[in-house]
Design a protein around this ligand. Structure first.
Ligand code: SAH
Ligand code: SF4
Length: 389
């Protein structure tokens, strides 16, 4: 391989994390596409069907060391071992909630932590995975948004969360749901996230149905339009969280760029198959967006859309100076929606006692508390004043 080509390939999917890779020149193949693996085997003067064997080994058989590739000759395994690794980011810590939810803290680079959450339910198991170290959207109610935005995760780091959680759980993929709702704004890391979605859904790869994958966005409209044109599209969830631009501008600052009307217009054009619907997530915040007028405005805004609504009572956190509504207010809000024949679920917090619930993911290396490094940015008084708080 020429040095230039080698650099190009390495830059495509090099993931330097963990002890084995740091300090070596080995390239991590987790996250490599079939085309990228084809250039790896061509460089080793091997026939291209070897790339399919390696691809199936990494993503379908979930192998983690070259010696497990018994369908490859010993000689080839040795040559692969000399230059490549199959490595997932190391799990730094695991926290188990009273309700069975588990938070996995991964160290993706020295000092850079991300989290994935395993949520057991009666009929299924859900993995919530991250896409960025931090998040640049800076939503007022979300602790992840208070962290400095460090970097995008690679496609390999995204799929490795699923592979790693599966192996920790030993659960069969057919019972699995993936929600791309962890740390970060997935549509700010479009290329890598979509590459990860292709690897997850490829029948020769991880073979997870796209209907079992949900991508949640705060509303990056140009990328929603781009997603609409993809050959493989996961389910779409929109974090709406407000019914007026005045409130949404403060809660989710990117609303100043793409307002509610623009966002919902993109949703109306989004392709949906069969019985598929768009999920609208609505974090209920006391006296900010939880009034009966808000509920009625929500009904009007979403008129004609094929949808379901997930109401998420705010998960309170020391870094979020907002309150969770009372149960009465939550149920009254839900009733207005159900009275209009809208499918509405109240998403009860899971894993709150280990900081694993929505909006609490912040790379904490303890179950709870506000000891974060570096400390998150405090919420500005002026933002609260604009919400009338
Ligand atoms: N960045 C993407 C996906 C990650 S956030 C997005 O915003 O959609 C996942 C979900 O958690 C979003 O619906 C968000 O509105 C919600 N969320 C964030 N902070 C929360 C909090 N403190 N309490 C409850 N839900 C929260
Ligand atoms: Fe980022 Fe989503 Fe949190 Fe907003 S809610 S800061 S978009 S992770």
């Amino acid at each position: 391989m020429t040095p230039k080509l080698e650099r190009a390939i390495v830059n495509c999917f090099k993931v330097r994390h963990g002890k084995q890779v740091v300090g070596t020149d080995k390239t991590n193949l987790v996250g490599a596409s079939l085309e990228e693996l084809t250039s790896v085997v061509q460089d080793l003067s091997e026939p291209s069907y070897r790339a399919r064997q390696i691809y199936a080994g990494i993503y379908c058989r979930r192998l983690r060391s070259w010696e497990q590739f018994t369908d490859l000759s010993k000689g080839l395994r040795k040559r692969l071992e000399d230059a490549y690794v199959i490595e997932y980011p190391p799990v730094a810590k695991t926290f188990e909630s009273r309700d069975g939810t588990r938070r996995y803290l991964f160290e993706v680079s020295p000092g850079q932590k991300i989290e994935s959450v395993f949520i057991p339910e009666e009929q299924r198991e859900t993995f919530c995975i991250s896409t960025q170290v931090g998040c640049a959207v800076e939503c007022l109610f979300c602790v992840t948004g208070k962290l400095p935005m460090r970097r995008n995760l690679s496609a390999g780091e995204v799929v490795a969360q699923v592979l790693s959680l599966e192996q920790c759980r030993g659960c069969a993929p057919k019972r699995l749901n993936i929600v791309i709702m962890g740390m970060g704004e997935p549509l700010h890391n479009y290329e890598n996230v979509m590459k990860a979605v292709r690897l997850m859904t490829d029948k020769e790869g991880m073979a997870i149905s796209p209907r079992r994958i949900t991508l949640s966005t705060s509303g990056v409209v140009p990328q929603i339009k781009r997603l609409a044109a993809e050959p493989v599209i996961p389910n779409l969830a929109i974090s709406l969280n407000a019914t007026t631009d005045a409130v949404r501008d403060v809660l989710i600052p990117i609303n100043r760029k793409w307002d509610i009307a623009t966002l919902l217009d993109a949703c109306r054009r989004f392709p949906l198959e069969g019985r598929q619907r768009i999920t609208f997530e609505y974090v209920l915040i006391e006296e900010v967006n939880d009034t009966p007028e808000d509920a009625r405005r929500l009904v009007a805004l979403l008129e004609g859309l094929r949808k379901k609504i997930n109401l998420i009572p705010l998960n309170a956190d020391p870094w979020v100076p907002l309150r969770t509504p009372s149960e009465d207010r939550i149920l009254a809000f839900q009733k207005i929606l159900t009275d209009h024949s809208i499918t509405v679920y109240i998403r009860r917090p899971r894993g709150q006692d280990v900081s694993a619930a929505c909006g609490m993911l912040a790379g904490r290396d303890q179950a709870q508390g506000d000891l974060l490094h570096p400390p998150p940015k405090p919420v500005e008084e002026s933002a609260l004043a604009r919400l009338g708080l």
